[in-house]
Design a protein around this ligand. Structure first.
Ligand code: PLP
Length: 415
């Protein structure tokens, strides 16, 4: 594959982005690198085709091959996650979540999700999102004692608020989520349970995080985070809710499916069934645990004391630097993290006291504990002098050299 073409402006920007991805340390917990098979599938002629409807029930002619592709994607999702029904059409994780709301709620119904300021996602009831605007959204926090989920407290809130839908899942939570406990609470108050495993889908697929299958009425996920597929979403449920969810996705909230993305989901789901993928997920966790411990040794405070998954939150308060300043200084040094509120943060979401660090992307490149040590040391030294541009320039050169030792897209692109 070569990156050139007539639209020199856009292609030049694509080339620069490719360079950025290849020669930076991507520690953004929700990002990853897809391989050449997923990339090629996503960039193929299936993008040309309309296929409104579902396999064998389309509104357009010429869908025979697409029917087979979508059926393969569905079958692989069902097998991988051990569920009765899968809908592979949601364009994103947010669309997958919206489909569940659309399937079982009326406007104004009560939903209970994790507070966005404590690790929940926008679509779990945050005010600016449809989930907080059109529904009566209430939230549960993490415990002030240990920054972990407190199921007794969640039960108490559920009893008081009587939600019709409870959402278990997070964007910034580093501990195991007990989906069985969530189901007990949902049953007690007569609510549906939706498990949003967008972040941990790869770990769940590999058996390294307890699965919500058999507990949640609906399981939603993105396909592009730890699952390492194309940017997209997925909803799963038991057979009795299949019709509801399918008509919520189409024609409820979406039109024509992105068949090139669905084909790429199928490719990624097959990859996720391999032993190599399991080993990859094990290394993601090992790397995250190693980094969290090393950062703590360097004097950073790790929210909830550590991690059981692919990410952790770092409280920068002991270092006297804000999340925003840290993000800027680290980006200038070739290290990509995102500022993040920590539980009970006193700073605004634009400033924050913390950063979120995740290991899926660096692990895809083959980096292990030894490299995690070097990365922690670089983060620490940059954050000791966040305004020192020549130090940041020097670190960026070190990062570039380090990345050259773990080539990824330079194996397939001419960069
Ligand atoms: N759910 C969770 C827990 C997420 O973290 C995210 C994205 O970060 C989403 C849903 C939404 O995914 P998307 O960005 O594809 O809409």
């Amino acid at each position: 594959m070569k990156l050139d073409g007539k639209d020199t402006k856009v292609f030049e920007l694509m080339r620069r982005e490719l360079d950025r991805e290849e020669y930076s340390l991507i520690l953004i917990a929700s990002e990853n690198y897809v391989d050449e098979d997923v990339l090629a599938t996503q960039g193929c002629v299936l993008t040309n085709k309309y296929a409104e409807g579902y396999p064998s029930k389309r509104y357009y002619s010429g869908c025979a091959y697409l029917d087979e592709i979508e059926s393969i994607a569905i079958e692989r999702a069902r097998t991988l996650f051990g569920v009765e029904h899968a809908n592979v059409q949601p364009h994103s994780g947010s669309s997958a979540n919206m489909a569940v709301f659309y399937a079982v709620l009326e406007r104004g119904d009560t939903v209970l999700g994790m507070d966005i300021a404590h690790g929940g996602h926008l679509t779990h009831g945050a005010r600016p999102s449809f989930s907080g605007k059109w529904y009566r959204a209430v939230s549960y926090p993490v415990s002030a004692k240990n920054e972990m989920l407190d199921y007794d407290e969640i039960r108490g809130i559920a009893r008081k608020e009587r939600p019709k839908l409870i959402i278990a899942g997070a964007s910034a939570y580093s501990k195991i989520i007990d989906f069985a406990k969530f189901r007990e609470i949902a049953d007690e108050v007569g609510a549906y349970l939706m498990a949003d495993i967008a972040h941990i889908a790869g770990l769940v697929a590999a058996g390294l995080h307890p699965s919500p299958a058999g507990h949640a009425h609906f399981i939603t996920t993105t396909t592009h985070k730890t699952l390492r597929g194309p940017r997209g979403g997925l909803v799963m449920c038991n057979a009795d809710l299949a019709k509801k969810i399918d008509s919520a996705v189409f024609p409820g909230i979406q039109g024509g499916p992105l068949m090139h993305v669905i084909a790429a989901k199928a490719v990624a789901l097959r990859q996720a069934m391999t032993e190599e993928f399991k080993e990859y997920q094990r290394q993601i966790i090992a790397n995250a645990k190693h980094m969290a411990k090393r950062m703590a040794d360097l004097g950073f405070r790790i929210v909830s004391g550590g991690t059981d998954n692919h990410l952790f939150l770092v409280d920068l308060t002991p270092k006297n630097v804000t999340g925003n300043d840290a993000q800027i200084a680290l980006e200038a040094s070739g290290i990509m993290v995102n500022k993040n509120l920590i539980p009970f943060d006193t700073k605004t979401p634009g400033v924050t006291s913390g950063i979120r660090i995740g290991t899926p992307a660096v692990t895809t490149r083959g980096m292990k504990e030894k490299e995690m040590e070097v990365i922690c040391e670089m983060i620490d030294s940059v954050l000791k002098r966040p305004g020192d541009t020549s130090f940041m320039d020097g670190t960026r050169e070190r990062v570039r050299e380090m990345c050259k030792g773990f080539p990824f897209y330079s194996r397939i692109y001419d960069i």
